[in-house]
Design a protein around this ligand. Structure first.
Ligand SMILES: [Zn+2]
Length: 155
């Protein structure tokens, strides 16, 4: 078995769509930075790559490369899953914690879990989505994601 851990954060910027876990959420601002700013898919990608001691998402898909501007983050996740398979493993389950002040994630948890399960090709009950508010951390203008994954041998 292998365990992996991923972390990511992005700053909120007005006038762009908010995409978390491959789901577009209704909100007046979105996450800037790398690609489509999908903080959850980036953390999952890094957790998968970390579990096989691979290069991290920033090395594989440099944020400085204009090619990835506005890109669908599912592309990065697919590459990580491909590398996991090549290393002889498959994803067993993942757990995540999202930290953001707004919007409330609760009403969207089911949709996010469904989409992440689809993208990762694992059952929905193998995807943990937990949302917290950034109490006392002063990060109200950011979205943060922590992710752990468990890989098992692909027999
Ligand atoms: Zn990111």
């Amino acid at each position: 078995m292998r365990i992996g851990y991923g972390y990511d954060s992005h700053e909120f910027k007005p006038g762009i769509p908010l995409i978390i876990g491959g789901v577009k959420l209704p909100h007046y601002q979105g996450l800037g930075g790398h690609s489509d700013g999908d903080v959850l898919l980036h953390a999952i990608t890094d957790a998968l790559l970390g579990a096989i001691a691979g290069p991290d998402i920033g090395s594989l898909f440099p944020p400085s490369d204009p090619k990835w501007k506005g890109s669908d983050s599912a592309v990065f996740l697919r590459e990580a899953l491909k590398r996991v398979a090549e290393a002889g493993y498959k994803l067993s389950n993942l757990d995540s914690a999202l930290i953001l002040a707004a919007p409330k994630i609760g009403p969207h948890t089911v949709a996010i879990r469904k989409r992440v399960a689809e993208l990762c090709k694992i059952p929905e009950d193998c995807v943990g989505i937990k949302a917290k508010t950034p109490e006392g951390t002063g990060t109200d203008n950011a979205a943060i994601a922590h992710v752990t994954v468990l890989l098992v041998r692909n027999s």
